[in-house]
Design a protein around this ligand. Structure first.
Ligand SMILES: Nc1ncnc2c1ncn2[C@@H]1O[C@H](COP(=O)(O)OP(=O)(O)OP(=O)(O)O)[C@@H](O)[C@H]1O
Ligand SMILES: [Mg+2]
Length: 349
């Protein structure tokens, strides 16, 4: 067989606003981008995790594959929101079939899911040899939702080799790009169009995740209405590309007024986390997703939450040839790529 010696994985992130693809070569030195692309869906083709215009979604995914690398078949995909539930628990250290038995038993004891309705997967987050314990993260996908989602991927002519969870992908892309500071309770906050995924890191380790059902759609709608723009121009204004024709003070006021629900959702999630995990404060916030790119939003979020904030760069530790991006500028769009980069960092057979 002819082999270049490096394996590659394709991460395909199907979001409410756009589909993003990142293909990473797994080299002996780390990761290198082999292909990359983004394509926006028509407004409302996907709303939250509901696919409303299946044909448009399939067409845009296929077009993105054609534009980036038509040979792609195997993809790592992810689900989030109502389709998936995560939970975490500690059990005695075990391996193989014994571990699976114990995890299944533990799962059955736990509300709110009925084991017959979900497909389960788990990750061992850490093991404590002294106490002979291990921390398990459970990912349960609603069977019906998973089946619908897999059928969609297959109808695009693709083969879903792994189904991951958005929050885990965000966590993966973070730990592969940054040295985690174990002294700082960190929240990875990925603000999408309809969903904001929050992943907490405590003592340098994955702690838990929470999805907030709010994103930048309100900002999009407010800009469209305030400035009476068509979808294409709204997308430009939201990216800060209409400086000449849109009054910037008015744009700032519109954006800030439209983030109320989003910011209270994040505040509520933080206070819930603090009381559950018995933690005084979130000390560091790493922002990704489209929300990280909307003008004025990161500064406003930082001032409202009172938490120091950094914009994520999921390509920080990844090699890439700027030519590959063509019209996309990596330094500008990198925060959008947390999920697809995290997915493409998964090892597949
Ligand atoms: N440069 C940019 N490119 C694309 N989207 C941008 C950019 N700047 C701001 N945005 C805004 O970010 C939002 C999309 O964010 P993102 O791509 O993270 O969402 P999504 O993954 O499609 O949705 P979700 O995760 O909620 O399903 C849109 O409202 C979009 O207008
Ligand atoms: Mg997303």
């Amino acid at each position: 067989m002819f082999s270049s010696g490096s394996k590659s994985t394709v991460g395909l992130d199907i979001g409410a606003n756009s589909v993003k693809l990142v293909k990473l070569d797994h080299t002996k030195d780390g990761y290198a981008v082999a292909a990359i692309g983004i394509r926006e869906f028509p407004p409302e083709a996907i709303v939250a995790d509901e696919i409303r215009d299946r044909e448009a979604v399939i067409f845009n995914i296929q077009s993105l594959i054609d534009q980036t690398d038509p040979k792609i078949k195997d993809v790592v995909v992810s689900i989030s929101g109502h389709g998936v539930i995560t939970d975490r628990f500690t059990i005695d250290k075990k391996t193989g079939a014994e571990a699976e038995q114990a995890i299944l038993f533990e799962t059955e004891q736990r509300a709110p899911f009925d084991i017959d309705d979900v497909s389960l997967d788990y990750h061992i987050i850490s093991t404590n040899d002294e106490e002979n314990k291990m921390d398990v993260l459970l990912v349960a996908a609603r069977r019906e939702y998973l089946a619908m989602f897999l059928e969609l991927i297959q109808d695009c002519g693709l083969n879903p080799v792994i189904v991951d969870d958005d929050s885990l992908a965000i966590y993966n892309s973070y730990i592969n790009n940054y040295d985690v500071d174990p002294t700082r309770t960190t929240a990875l906050v990925n603000i999408g169009h309809d969903v904001t995924n929050i992943t907490y890191i405590v003592d340098g380790q994955y702690q838990s995740t929470r999805d907030v059902s709010s994103g930048t759609r309100d900002v999009y709608d407010a800009i469209q209405k305030e400035f009476r723009l068509n979808p294409e121009l709204t997308n430009k204004a939201i990216k800060g590309e209409m400086q000449d024709s849109v009054d910037q003070d008015m744009l700032k006021a519109t954006i800030i007024a439209a983030t109320d629900e989003l910011i209270s959702g994040i505040e509520l999630a933080f206070s819930y986390f603090k009381s559950q995990a018995k933690i005084d404060n979130v000390e560091w916030l790493v922002l990704s997703g489209g929300g990280a790119l909307i003008p004025y939003l990161p500064e406003f979020l930082q001032s409202k939450l009172g938490v120091p904030l950094e914009i994520a760069n999921p390509l920080r530790n990844v090699d890439y040839d700027p030519e590959l991006f063509q019209y996309l500028q990596p330094e500008k769009i990198a925060p959008l790529l947390s999920v697809p980069v995290g997915l493409a960092m998964r090892k597949t057979k």
